[in-house]
Design a protein around this ligand. Structure first.
Ligand code: MN
Length: 493
């Protein structure tokens, strides 16, 4: 039977240490619930010593009745541990720096004293009935013999797990193999691995550690984490299960959903080319690939998108093939005959050759024109006023018609474009969508230049792109948003 690997998620602790991320208790609780639904075994909810808000977050998560074990980070200091205990956690992720670099320069102490403090802290945790996961900070730059000594001594104090951290992400797979094999020889308890991605090897090292005996993987959603981030849950789980045949408790079909949630709440966009959860991970443009995909998806896909709850997507450009266009039209529920399809295809190729990116809003407009359908827009912009300057807050008001009903809304923003977009969002609050990307390009030079605005909207798992151009950047932005919303509404009908 294949070995079951336990997943320790630290999105809410190491992930929150991502530069620019700071979460409030409600947000942390929402992510914790989603992690629990995903099937994570252990959730590191935060570091209780950080702040009062952090304590509130951890306490709420610990008392939510989740299936997962809830942990708090703590240094080998009684104050840290006491605060974690007050938050009602099940376990402590107890972090002891073990490299001479950290012992000498950070703590100004000796190996002997460090070991003594560590064992005292373990004893203190055990006296309070806690599960203890002892983590060796900067373990990858520690003396392996000292690590083994720490592990053996701590086992006598009844630690429950022992984790080696590659804190600065410098391990190579060969060293990972060596260290974990050595630790496995002396360990009678589960071993965890905590990797960072400074050299882009976090996933690789995590998988290597498991092959060398590790039982628990420390990961974060979208690979968030300090500096270059931690090993990402999605990559590690897929690698473990599909690459090596291990088992985990993760409901893989919910991976895309939680990736989106964490992206939205943390405000850190997932790069389009990110493995498994990036927007391009299952997107095909080139004609020859699309032809292969439509005949047999395995020809150009590593895994089926449904496996992780994602969708296959085709984009149009000058490389597009006839079959991809047909497929996208089917997706938009537009039926055409062969002649009409050829005409649509010719027009797209023509636009692609002119360097234009064809959005699916454009495709619908082209198709409707070829089919001779008068496009009746559900949303129409009637009025737009935006003001900005150095003496007042940028403000915009809009009057729009949604299916003939007039709505007037206003809003402020960081600038006139932001204010106008916010006003449209208020006016259309019943339409489920999220604006995920906004690009502006200046087509001609000068301050009277024509600008092109390209937007990406997400609505119920679908990605909609739309664009508009004009010499007024505020108006072009609003037009692009209205175009995209019309497409969404068309789909809702
Ligand atoms: Mn870390």
């Amino acid at each position: 039977m294949s070995k079951r690997i336990r997943v320790f998620d630290t999105t809410l602790r190491d992930g929150e240490q991502t530069p620019g991320v700071s979460l409030i208790p409600d947000e942390k609780l929402r992510i914790a619930k989603a992690l629990d639904d995903l099937g994570v075994d252990i959730i590191e909810a935060g570091s209780a010593i950080t702040s009062q808000g952090e304590q509130e977050s951890i306490k709420r998560i610990a008392n939510e009745g989740l299936k997962a074990e809830i942990a708090s980070f703590a240094r080998i200091l009684q104050g840290d541990i006491d605060l974690a205990i007050k938050c009602d956690v099940d376990s402590i992720f107890l972090v002891a720096p073990t490299s001479d670099l950290h012992i000498k320069y950070k703590l100004g102490t000796t190996r002997e004293k460090l070991l003594e403090n560590t064992l005292n802290s373990v004893q203190y945790c055990k006296d309070h009935g806690l599960i203890v996961d002892l983590c060796t900070e900067d373990g990858s730059r520690s003396d392996i013999n000292f690590l083994k000594k720490v592990l053996k001594s701590a086992m006598e104090y009844k630690i429950d797990r022992f984790t080696l951290a590659d804190t600065v992400g410098i391990m190579m797979p060969e060293k990972t193999n060596k260290f974990f094999s050595e630790l496995k020889k002396v360990s009678k308890i589960p071993i965890g691995v905590h990797c960072h991605d400074d050299f882009g090897l976090a996933t690789s090292n995590t998988l290597t550690a498991v092959n060398s005996g590790a039982d628990v993987v420390d990961v974060t959603i979208n690979g968030l984490g300090e500096r270059a981030g931690n090993a990402s849950l999605e990559e590690v789980v897929i690698g473990l299960e599909l690459g090596y045949g291990y088992k985990t408790n993760i409901k893989k079909h919910r991976i895309t959903e939680i990736s989106d949630l964490v992206e939205k709440i943390c405000g850190i966009p997932v790069p389009p080319n990110k493995a498994i959860v990036g927007e391009n991970a299952f997107t095909h443009e080139a004609g020859i690939h699309v032809d292969g995909i439509l005949k047999k998806p395995e020809t150009y896909e590593a895994i089926k998108p449904e496996l992780v709850g994602a969708r296959r997507r085709f984009v149009l450009g000058k490389h597009v093939g006839l079959k991809a266009v047909k497929n996208m039209l089917d997706d938009l529920k537009i039926s055409v005959n062969d002649e009409q399809l050829k005409e649509i295809f010719t027009r797209i190729k023509y636009m692609g050759d002119k360097g234009k990116r064809i959005t699916n809003a454009d495709l619908e407009i082209i198709a409707n024109s070829v089919l001779g359908i008068e496009t009746e827009k559900a949303i129409e912009l009637e009025e737009l006023v935006a003001v900005a300057g150095n003496k007042f807050t940028p403000t915009a008001s809009v009057k729009i018609k949604i299916n003939g009903r007039e709505i007037t809304e206003s809003s402020v923003g960081t600038g006139p474009v932001d204010a106008a977009i916010n006003a449209i969002k208020h006016a259309t609050k019943d339409i489920p969508f999220e604006l995920t990307e906004y690009h502006v390009d200046s087509i001609s030079g000068g301050t009277d230049a024509v600008v092109k605005v390209l937007l990406k909207l997400k609505s119920r798992g679908k990605i909609i792109t739309s664009q508009s151009a004009g010499s007024d950047i505020v108006l072009a932005s609003v037009d692009a948003l209205v175009n995209g919303l019309n497409l969404i509404i068309g789909r809702l009908r």
